[in-house]
Design a protein around this ligand. Structure first.
Ligand SMILES: [Fe+2]
Length: 384
């Protein structure tokens, strides 16, 4: 085993912790504050609370509030241009994974010339080396989903090319993450479920991945147990602070797993699917694919031991089939068992192209090699 432990983010965790941000030295004097184009961070007063913290810290800011739900290359380039123009020396992302991921991209492009697809390594990206380290970032998640607060990854879409790719750099860890479960209480039930399943699949994939490490093994099983126990409660009652806190920690744990292990082809397939169909929410896409994907894993000897341990952590019979049973039960309890691809406008005819475009570095993390044909079969079995 060759392994490097590296997680340089200062994580402040707990209900109400946003109001203590000013007690921390911030990594700059003028921030680009990045939020999504939705109204919720303003309406719920989160942006005002952040402004107060920045003022108390003596830090100026410029607001970029146009990030789309699936952040795009245009978002990244526009925000980066604004950061340059306003003389920003760090960024603060307030919002879900979209705001944080977009800000990670902007942090790179605020100090590197050219286009962000010059540096992207997947899809049609040129994979050029960065000349400058990204600006530092403070991440303040308002959802329990991507784990972007504890990893260096970000996912950016290029709609004109139907591409949705990972654009992490070794320097893209947030300098500070403020994980305040109070900010997550207003997420509606359906989105809470989608985001919670994203957390689950991060840890399921990182656990069965060939890239798993002793640390990710510990954290993955712990996070899987938390999701199974607390996600149905967070979906049923949004202001259940214990459930929100447990889910916030599970999401952060999942981010750590993304750092100490790596995802598998299920995420590649979903990124390709929502690259083709940008209206498809990431978590919903994963839910749609997951039964067929995990059924394939459950049927292969290479995954038997890991699937058995996962089933146990998820409170099911200790067998590979136990993971599928626990998954079905969780979907039912969270009200997402009946999702269908056709509801999102996905056509069966497009699945070959989706499978083709999904093949990326994560396929190498499968314990039994997954061919493009098998990947297409997973999508076709998932279609209804
Ligand atoms: Fe994900």
């Amino acid at each position: 085993m060759n392994y490097r432990y590296y997680l340089p983010t200062d994580i402040l965790f707990g209900p109400g912790v946003l109001d203590r941000l000013h007690e921390k030295p911030l990594p700059g004097r003028h921030a680009l504050v990045v939020t999504t184009s939705g109204k919720s961070v303003k309406r719920l007063g989160y942006l005002d609370r952040l402004r107060r913290e920045l003022t108390l810290s003596g830090v100026g800011y410029t607001l970029y509030d146009k990030v789309c739900p699936n952040p795009t290359r245009d978002n990244v380039m526009e925000g980066a241009a604004l950061a340059r123009q306003a003389g920003c020396d760090f960024l603060v992302a307030l919002g879900g994974g979209s705001a944080i991921d977009a800000a990670k991209g902007m942090a790179v492009m605020a100090v590197n010339d050219g286009d962000c697809w010059d540096y992207v390594r997947d899809g049609s990206g040129k994979g050029l080396p960065l000349k400058e380290k990204p600006l530092p970032l403070v991440a303040i998640p308002t959802t329990a989903g991507t784990g972007s607060e504890a990893d260096a990854g970000c996912v950016i879409s290029y709609p004109e090319r139907k591409e949705k790719v990972s654009f992490g750099t070794p320097w893209s860890f947030p300098a500070i993450s403020v994980v305040d479960p109070e900010l997550m209480c207003s997420v509606p039930p359906r989105l809470t479920a989608y985001q919670g399943f994203d957390v689950l699949f991060h840890v399921v994939e990182c656990y069965i991945s060939r890239a798993a490490t002793p640390l990710s093994d510990l954290i993955c099983l712990d996070a899987a147990r938390r999701v199974v126990t607390f996600l149905p409660r967070a979906v049923a009652q949004g202001d259940d602070m214990e459930a929100r806190t447990e889910m916030a920690w599970a999401s952060t744990e999942a981010g750590m797993c993304l750092t100490h292990s790596s995802l598998t082809a299920q995420h590649s397939l979903e990124h390709s699917l929502s690259g083709f169909y940008p209206e498809l929410t990431h978590g919903a896409g994963l839910i749609l694919i997951s039964r067929a994907y995990l059924r394939r894993c459950a049927g292969q000897e290479a995954y038997r031991e890991r699937m058995t341990a996962l089933a146990q952590a998820m409170g099911a019979e200790p067998s590979p089939q136990g993971v599928l049973d626990a998954l079905e039960k969780l979907m039912t309890r969270c009200g997402v068992a009946e999702l269908r691809m056709s509801q999102f406008g996905i056509t069966r005819e497009s699945l070959g192209a989706v499978a083709e475009k999904s093949v990326d570095r994560r396929y190498a993390n499968e314990r039994a090699p997954l061919s493009r044909e098998e990947a297409q079969a997973i999508l076709e079995q998932s279609y209804a």
